[in-house]
Design a protein around this ligand. Sequence first.
Ligand code: ATP
Length: 246
Amino acid sequence: MIRVFNLDYTYYTGGGAVPALVNINLTVPAGQTCVLIGPSGCGKTTLLYLLAGLLQPARGEIWIGEERITKPRQRTAIILQDYGLLPWKTVWENAALGLALRKFTARQQQERLQPLLAGLGLAGLEKRYPAQLSGGQKQRVAIARALSLEPDVLLMDEPFSALDALTRESLQQILVEIQNQRRLTTVLVTHNIEEAVFLGQQIIVLTGAPGQVKAVLANPGAGSGDYRFTSKFHHLCSRVRQLLQE
Ligand SMILES: Nc1ncnc2c1ncn2[C@@H]1O[C@H](COP(=O)(O)OP(=O)(O)OP(=O)(O)O)[C@@H](O)[C@H]1O
């Protein structure tokens, strides 16, 4: 479970203080997906970095399970907007990066990665370089790398924003399947209302900068196969749109 209490964050620049987040409180139960949505610049990426332990809050606390987060944590994986792939490394080497850094032997890397890459539809592409992949394939390599370390928390910053609509939907489906198999606690940032409502069992709408929690919406239908075609889905999309426009 992720818990955030009374969190503030301010950037300090040459031009002065830039408050990014004010008094954020949230709880994500273990195994659930929480989506953060809000206007540009409202602090979504900042909040993700704080959850990852890559930034330290000015005020407030972040807990994952029984651990207070003050630095990066081994079992938290983060996938950034540009996938974070190294262009001079192959698919296999990129996917194996985290395992190699943790000194897994070649054989152990093989045992973990082979089924993971096959499950993500990347078998046969191991020797390609990122420039030889589609956007959806690059994203799947980034997912493989994140999952190779068997995380219990997955943080994703607009993971599917660069993809066309159908690729985006197929990756959303893959994410739901991973979610169901591994019971990951996931926090995902998106600008896309339909994506938020399809994936987020909990949807947190933030105000404009500095970001505060405007609404927390429960969405128990999220992730189920035909949810997109239901009136509940469309109703919730309208509600989120309305909250974002207010
Ligand atoms: N390194 C930085 N130094 C100073 N200000 C920053 C820095 N990074 C972000 N900010 C400011 O903090 C606020 C929050 O930024 P953040 O990137 O978290 O927002 P966001 O909601 O993720 O934006 P977007 O949706 O456009 O990606 C913005 O006003 C931004 O200009």
